[in-house]
Design a protein around this ligand. Sequence first.
Ligand code: F6P
Length: 346
Amino acid sequence: MRAGILTGGGDCPGLNAVIRATGRRLLDNGWEVLGIRAGWRGLVDGKLEPLGAREISGILPRGGTIIGTSRTNPYKLEGGVDAVLRTFAESGLDALVAIGGEDTLGVAARLHEERGFPVVGVPKTIDNDLSATDYTFGFDTAVWICTEAIDRLHTTAESHNRVMVVEVMGRHTGWIAVMSGIAGGADVILIPEQPLTVEDACTEISRRHAKGKDFSIVVVSEGYELTYASGERRQVTQEDATDAFGHVRLGGVGDALAREIEERTGYETRVTVLGHVQRGGSPTPRDRVLATRYGLKAADLVLGGSWGRMAALHGDKIVDVSLKEATAQLKTVPPDWYGVAKAFFG
Ligand code: F6P
C-alpha cells in the first residue's frame, strides 16, 4: 500500500514533525510513503518523491516543510482536478494525507465529497482559525514569537515614552493578536471579530497616560478594519489582487493606525510589523508534541480507511472530525477570550 503526503498553504512550524510522525507510523505498518512536492501543485504536475526512513529522520525540530508548499487550487486550474486524480492513480497511491489550513483542507473535503477521494487531513495554520479543533499546530510557535517581540518592544516603549504598535498576522481572525497580547501585557488589542473604534483605542491610551503610565503597547491584527465612531470601516491591504482561494494580501494596518494614534493623542508612536518571522524557525515543544500526535492520528485514519476525516484536538484528546465540518466556517475569537484581553486595556 502507498500513501502520499502533501503540505499546502503558508509554511508553518511543525509541518516536518507531522511528516515524520505520519511517515514513521505508515512505514512501520509496511506502507510506502511518497512526498508530494509543493502542495496540490505536485499532484497537478506529477511531482512526487520517496519519503523513506532516511528522508524523515532528523526533521522534527526543522521549520518549513521538506516537501515544499504552494497556494495552488486545482479547482481554479483548467483540468486541475482531473490532473490530481490522474497523478494519484498513475502513482499507485491508495491514500493521501493533506496537511493544511482551510484552503488546502477545503480542496480535500471537496475531493472526498464529490469524487470519493481517499484523503485525511491534519489542521495546520499559525492563524488557529480552523473549526472543529481547539488548536491547530503552528499557532503556539507564532504566539511565542509575537510575545517575545512584545516583551522586547516594552523596553523601547518605556525608555522613550512611546506608543509601540505591533502588527501581527492571523488573516480574518484575531487569535494571534489576542493570545500574544494577553501574554505580552498589551494595553490595547485590535482584532477583526470585535473591532474597537480608533477613537476608543485612543481613549484607552490617553486614560493610561492620565494614570501616570507614559508608554503603551498596542497589538493590531492584520485583518482589523480601521473602524470609526462614524461607522466608517476601512480594510488595509497590500494589493487589490486575490490569490487562487480568493484571499487579499493583508498588511499595513499597523502603519495607518500608528498615524491615527499619533495625530489624535499627540504621543510619539512607532510601528513594528512582525510579518513572516511569525512563521519561521523551529516549532515550540508544544507544537512539536501536537504535530506529532496529529501525525500519528492521521496515519491511523489512513490505516483504518477513515476517509474524509481530520485529526483534531478536543481538550487534551486527539480525536477525528469530518473535513467538511472543519472547513465549513472560520473559527473566530469568542467574546469571552477578548474579555480576558480587555480587562487590561488602558
Ligand atoms: O495563513 C497564514 C498567513 O501567514 C496569514 O496569517 C497571512 O495573512 C498569510 O498567511 C500571508 O500569506 P503569504 O505568505 O502568502 O504572504
